[in-house]
Design a protein around this ligand. Sequence first.
Ligand code: TA6
Length: 281
Amino acid sequence: MNQHTVDYQTRGENTIMTVENEHATLAISLFGGHIVSFIPKHDNRERLWLSDTAAFDGKTPIRGGIPICWPWFGLVSAPFLDLDKTPSHGVVRNCPWQLKSIGDSENGTRLVLTPSLESAFTANVSLTVELIVVVNKQLSVTLETTNNGDATAYFAALHTYFAINNINNVELLGVDCNYQDKLDNDIIKPSESPYRFNGETDRIHIGTTMDHIDIRDAFVTRVHSAGYDSVVVWNPWIDKSANMADMSEGAYESMLCVETARTQSNVLARDETHAITQVIE
Ligand code: TA6
């Protein structure tokens, strides 16, 4: 059976855990529960983009990889408005996580990680969350939320930064739902075909029919999603990148975010569990 190895390295203030098996190598920062690299061995191509100026200071979300946005997406919203910590995209990409379990099966190497929510939340939040990662020829990432209290809404995103050859040559295939244009007063617009990029793009495609999406340029990266109600597509382009401390000049050309998300209201009843999953081929 497939056997894995684990190695821990320090990068800045962050501990990076590297897991390798016969199929692939994965690197994950325990700060943020943040996957920063996934390289399948059959082609040795890095699937994830990581900024060369990303912060590894143990307090700033890492620019690149797969940031975990939870329990809200974007700016804080109800029912979390009364929280004393309201960073963009929630609290768990800003807190320490722990490895809860790791093991091998015929499906690959399965890791389960949990965040130290006490460092992030005030006591009145009844939600808990786990990250379940399966490393095989493909990477499966699942964010599982459980409500331990009265009915409450939550929001989430696997905010994945994909490595691409050049944004000017990219075409997205399979993103067929209308989108909310975050750059144009949230106006709902029809998706485009061909879906190409020629400027800052920040779109929430609302729908559940995008079973798989192909990011096509010099190579094709296939992305499967489950449990989502929307897929977010984002590239900051030139001007926005210029104002980001952790995006070097021109870096926008080699990345594209395609995010499996819950951005619409999603109420969990007491003891209910819900999961979103992104699979990267
Ligand atoms: O997912 C797209 C988005 O919400 C954009 O509006 C932009 O803010 C991006 O996320 C990055 O957010 P961050 O807080 O990581 O800088």
